[in-house]
Design a protein around this ligand. Structure first.
Ligand SMILES: Nc1nc2c(ncn2[C@@H]2O[C@H](COP(=O)(O)OP(=O)(O)OP(=O)(O)O)[C@@H](O)[C@H]2O)c(=O)[nH]1
Ligand SMILES: [Mg+2]
Length: 392
């Protein structure tokens, strides 16, 4: 399953975001380092279900009237402060938690109501721009440290006649989630001495930065927009980086209200319908939230997860079926499964995602929307419904 990690300074709202997105109860409090051990749970990205193209909506568990929710893993890690890679704050154990993540959501406090250590200050007192770069820097320096610590072994291996720097670095950084292709691309971008003994710290730091950029892309969640000065959010949106305004607390309130039947709201909706069973105070709070959502295109929680998967990681959703006419599995369930695959994936990749046996026995595939057989090189598109014909 794809894995998204919530990172950022303490007290920015990571655990609130996590609770809203997974509906699992975890500790949330207005002081730094509430979270110590990482929380892991299942959340979802939202897309349009192909059943919208048919007369009837499908009955899949993860489809709500054509709003399709596809599972991903969400990790809520301890807050990090500048200097974490050398042990400041809770140190770098949290950085290890990030190694398994495919993509990072850097949750910042856009209201400026917490300083760089996450301690509460007056709203607007701290400049949230300062909280963006240091997360990248800490990750880069931490990885550079790992490369540095392993460099002696690279030097040793370089004495072997069949030494290949691509292979050695791919091997060393595979634990960080870097594929051999990614390492090859990074080495093409990097200007470096052929002999590893000639490498300087600056080479290793640049290598770490490029590897981190490719293997852990980051989207910023500019959180607490419900209390943030508007100019703070505007300033963040002008940056040359992906930034999604969010109110994690707003999303959490909405999900709870929806559970209790007080509002009509599905995660990712841009607005909400307030029911009749609310008190005056609840109505006032919900109307305020609705206004925030109108200003900033929803609560942003779903938006940030979707951006991470569909934009940064460039994934698409594909739906394998057994019956190409009914779009169902063998038991008649319509569109029972959805798979997230990287852009450029083929029907064979989908077959392997379903099961390695299906992949091994792959014969050909049928596009259920057109009822035509597709070539093995066909690149799957968002929302494709595919019947795989396999010997297994
Ligand atoms: N106004 C407002 N407050 C929020 C929002 N999200 C979180 N908070 C509050 O910010 C404080 C910190 O929230 P947490 O979710 O514990 O923050 P965290 O980033 O997990 O903090 P650590 O675990 O200490 O790193 C709590 O008081 C939350 O209620 C939001 O969108 N708006
Ligand atoms: Mg927390």
């Amino acid at each position: 399953m794809l894995s998204i990690a919530l990172a950022g300074k303490p007290n920015a709202g990571k655990s609130t975001f996590y609770t809203a997105a997974t509906m699992a109860e975890v500790d949330v409090a207005n002081y730094p380092f509430t979270t110590i051990d990482a929380n892991r749970g299942v959340s979802y990205v939202r897309t349009e279900c192909p059943c919208l193209e048919r007369d009837e909506r499908c009955n899949a568990d993860d489809c709500e009237d054509g709003k399709r929710y596809v599972p991903i893993e969400l990790i809520d890690v301890a807050g990090l402060v500048p200097g974490a890679h050398e042990g400041k704050g809770l140190g770098n154990q949290f950085l290890d938690e990030l190694t398994n993540a495919d993509v990072i959501v850097n949750v910042i406090d856009a209201s400026g109501g917490t300083n760089e250590k996450g301690e509460p200050v007056d709203i607007g007192e701290h400049d949230p721009l300062e909280d963006i770069d240091f997360v990248e820097e800490e990750m880069d320096l931490w990885l550079a440290g790992i490369v540095e610590n392993n460099w002696e072994s690279v030097e040793r291996k370089s004495r072997s006649p069949d030494f290949d720097i691509d292979d050695v670095l791919a091997d060393m950084l595979s634990g960080f989630g870097a594929s051999p292709t990614q390492i090859a691309k990074v080495l093409r971008e990097l200007d470096y001495p052929a002999d590893p003994i000639q490498w300087e710290d600056s080479h290793r730091e640049e290598l770490a930065r490029l590897v981190r950029e490719r293997t852990k892309p980051i989207v910023v969640a500019a959180n607490k927009i419900d209390v943030a000065p508007e100019e703070n959010v505007e300033k963040l949106l002008e940056l040359d980086k992906p930034v999604i305004p969010t109110t994690a607390e707003g999303e959490l309130a909405l999900r709870r209200a929806a559970e209790n039947g007080l509002v009509d709201y599905d995660p990712g909706d841009k607005s909400l319908a307030i029911g009749d069973d609310v008190t005056d105070a609840q109505r006032e709070a919900l109307e305020g939230l609705r206004e925030t959502m109108t200003n900033w295109d929803g609560t942003g929680v779903q938006g940030a997860l979707n951006y991470a998967v569909y934009d940064l990681l460039e994934h698409i959703t594909a739906y394998p079926v057994e019956d190409a006419a009914k779009w169902s599995d063998g038991s008649g369930n319509i569109l029972p499964d959805a798979f997230l695959l990287s852009d450029g994936s083929t029907p064979v990749d989908l077959a392997y995602a379903v099961h390695s046996d299906i992949g091994d026995g792959y014969l050909h595939a049928v596009n259920a929307k057109s009822s035509r057989e597709v070539s093995d090189e066909y690149e799957l598109e968002e929302g494709d419904v595919i019947k795989i014909v396999s010997t297994n």
